[in-house]
Design a protein around this ligand. Structure first.
Ligand SMILES: Nc1ncnc2c1ncn2[C@@H]1O[C@H](COP(=O)(O)OP(=O)(O)OP(=O)(O)O)[C@@H](O)[C@H]1O
Ligand SMILES: [Mg+2]
Length: 207
């Protein structure tokens, strides 16, 4: 879908931080770009997010988790993404379907096919025009942020899981080279921001 950009990467690589900087930049430049995030991003979707991430829900079935992410995505599309795109705005979303592919499909091991099919129902034609992957291994990301957040049910899963997620992203990138823009996120916040803007300018999203 034109003007729909997603940002992906492992825990703590800087997706939220970089999106915040971009938002400031767009405000200063008067660019009408909508910034949002998944899971959540709108009232009902945020309620679903709380259930998914609640560390007390340790007995949640993996497939239930996959459906909750898809459910939250449907609501977020309806409330935020579709209206903004219909008004001709650009939408930049912190995490989207690729997170489900790699976390539930490959990390949890439900299988990529199953999660792709589930999300086809959830998103329909609303696939991103392109996806920015902030590339930093979970080992380096956790080192940088000083360990995993144990109050976050997904982040608290062990290192092996996050390595599967990282390798899962690498597989998606290899299979969809035209959709992904890979950015090295191992440098400073400013260096990553500069690379991000360069990609967005080249792709015609920013001036
Ligand atoms: N390039 C960087 N150098 C040093 N620290 C960074 C860098 N980028 C982000 N950080 C810090 O790392 C932490 C995690 O960043 P952030 O919350 O943006 O990651 P995220 O990708 O959104 O993570 P999550 O997947 O958990 O939402 C923050 O404290 C942030 O300030
Ligand atoms: Mg974040």
């Amino acid at each position: 879908m034109r003007n729909f950009v997603t940002i992906e990467g492992c825990e703590g690589v800087g997706k939220t931080y970089q999106t915040k900087l971009l938002k400031q930049y767009c405000l200063e430049k008067g660019l009408d770009v909508v910034f949002t995030r998944e899971p959540g991003g709108s009232d009902i979707a945020e309620q679903i997010r709380r259930i998914i991430l609640d560390a007390d829900n340790k007995d949640m079935d993996d497939l239930c988790e996959a459906f909750l992410y898809a459910a939250s995505r449907i609501q977020h599309l309806k409330d935020i993404v579709k209206p903004a795109l219909a008004q001709g705005k650009t939408v930049i979303c912190d995490r989207y379907v690729d997170s489900s592919y790699v976390y539930q499909g490959l990390g949890r091991g439900l299988g990529l096919d199953k999660i792709v099919r589930l999300n086809e129902i959830a998103v329909g034609e609303y696939m991103p025009e392109f996806t920015i992957f902030l590339d930093l291994s979970p080992e380096n990301a956790f080192k940088r942020k000083g360990g995993a957040d144990q109050s976050d049910r997904i982040e608290a899963v062990g290192y092996d899981f996050h390595l599967k997620v990282y390798n899962g992203y690498k597989r998606l990138i290899a299979e969809n080279p035209d959709r992904f823009e890979v950015i090295d996120a191992s440098g400073t916040k400013e260096q990553t921001q500069a690379k991000l803007r360069e990609v967005l300018v080249r792709r015609g999203v920013l001036k």
